[in-house]
Design a protein around this ligand. Structure first.
Ligand SMILES: [Zn+2]
Length: 81
């Protein structure tokens, strides 16, 4: 039986993820129950191999990574650092 759950992506709108140099970068993330997940930056957006992303297309792991990127890209944040 074919799975009805295709690959899902979280695509923040603060930056263009396609053709970005970070495409293909993976981050290991520790889940709240001690599980380990992998967040990957793809040309379609962030993806994660946890249940939340697989089933619902959203999870806190991808959001956490995206927030870090958003802060890093914010010139005000960079100046204050
Ligand atoms: Zn996740």
């Amino acid at each position: 039986m074919k799975s009805k759950y295709g690959p899902r992506y979280y695509k923040p709108d603060f930056m263009d993820m396609k053709d970005h140099w970070a495409v293909g970068t993976q981050w290991p993330v520790e889940g709240s129950r001690g599980n380990n997940y992998t967040v990957e930056w793809t040309s379609k957006g962030f993806t994660c191999d946890c249940m939340g992303m697989t089933m619902h297309g959203k999870c806190k792991h991808t959001r956490a990574i995206a927030e870090r990127w958003q802060q890093a890209c914010d010139p005000n944040f960079a100046l204050g650092a």
